[in-house]
Design a protein around this ligand. Sequence first.
Ligand code: BES
Ligand code: ZN
Length: 443
Amino acid sequence: MTPELEDLFAFLSFPSVSTDPKHKGDLEDCARWLMQKLSGMGLHTLCHETERHPIVVAKNEHDPSKKTVLIYGHYDVQPADPLNLWHSPPFAPEIRDGKIWARGATDNKGQMLAHILGIEKTLAEKGELPVNIILLFEGEEEIGSPNLAPFLKQHLDYLKCDIIAISDTGMVAPNTGTLGYGLRGIACAEVKITGPARDLHSGLFGGAVANPATAAAQLVASLHLPDGTVAIEGFYDDVRPLEAWEREMWAKVPGVKDEDFLKVTGSPALFGEPGYSSAERTWARPTAEVNGIGGGYQGEGSKTVLPAEAFVKFSLRLVPDQDPQTVLKQLQTHLEKHCPPGVKLEVELGHDGKPYACDPHSDFGKAAQRALKATFPGEPMLIREGGSIPIVQAFQDILGVDTLLLGLALADAQIHSPNENFPIANFDAGIKLNQALLEELAK
Ligand code: BES
Ligand code: ZN
């Protein structure tokens, strides 16, 4: 195994699941491993404790005549369950079919380590970097980065930079340079619906008492019109329309045609807001999704019960210029208005992150495109992203700096799903890309 793959295997073996308090020690161990790697490369490295998981920062010796590039990544991962669907254990990485299989392989440890190893390689080859570098790695991205924005505000001087680069987004097709210039925002909420004081016999009481599971279903059904548009009042008010040049450009992007969406998702058919392609629906249109719904009997066979409670978890994906707080209030009003009689509704608003968009044709955007061209065949694809990285708009708001998204995640990487994977080819290309990127950004 190459030393690069050995590093990646070590990094992937920490079960750094940020949402689960029982993994707190694993996040700390993972942060410590990262610190050792970075200080071993001769970088000045610091660990900042937070209420949840540590933030790791590192810098080379800065030269005031050089540009400063901040590179962000996250070492936390999503939970690995359902475990029985994995072909190999999620935290015991394995190579099969030219890919590395493990939780975090693509999102984000593989992509993040490619940045680090690109820097290590340039340092080994040239003895110095063409730019001043600030590395900023957190362990809370998958839980909405609650402690990172406060950290930015407290360390404005330390984090002063000209541009930010992140590899934590998509590559539209294998071996295809992809520059992301936008991300959807996110707003989460959860509702609890309660009815009778305990589960009841559905024969003795059904018909006389409202059923919380039925109420949950009614609320969920009220969110969309039959054609797939979101029915929350005011939801589309601040949505920035797609530009003609984007639609034209995206129509030529490989790997994101409707038939590709069908293939990669395994769905029987596509469905969504009329008048938009699948790429447009996911990159530039907002949505309201139900992430989980439950209540009542879930076991084998039937049980004639009228459940005492039910719950629904929602996440809304937002686009410029929607504001997460405004939209959450609209959602709350909608739920209260549509809740049927006879049950009690509790709405708990969760974490959120703003949507992001920048100009891919800026000087730094052009430098990123040159780096992509030097690494991959053909012209780079310019896209927006359906996923969210909540801190990116906060970088713009707090540090006043734009972010270049240099994605290496393929559509079949199965991020957040069982059998997450990262092709060795993407890992190797990522290392080269990051070397080229720093060269181009320096110009
Ligand atoms: N790396 C992803 C986001 C992503 C993936 C963007 C692929 C574009 C293409 C990130 O780690 C992620 O999963 N973010 C969460 C954020 C949330 C939990 C606050 C998301 O989008 O669900
Ligand atoms: Zn993720």
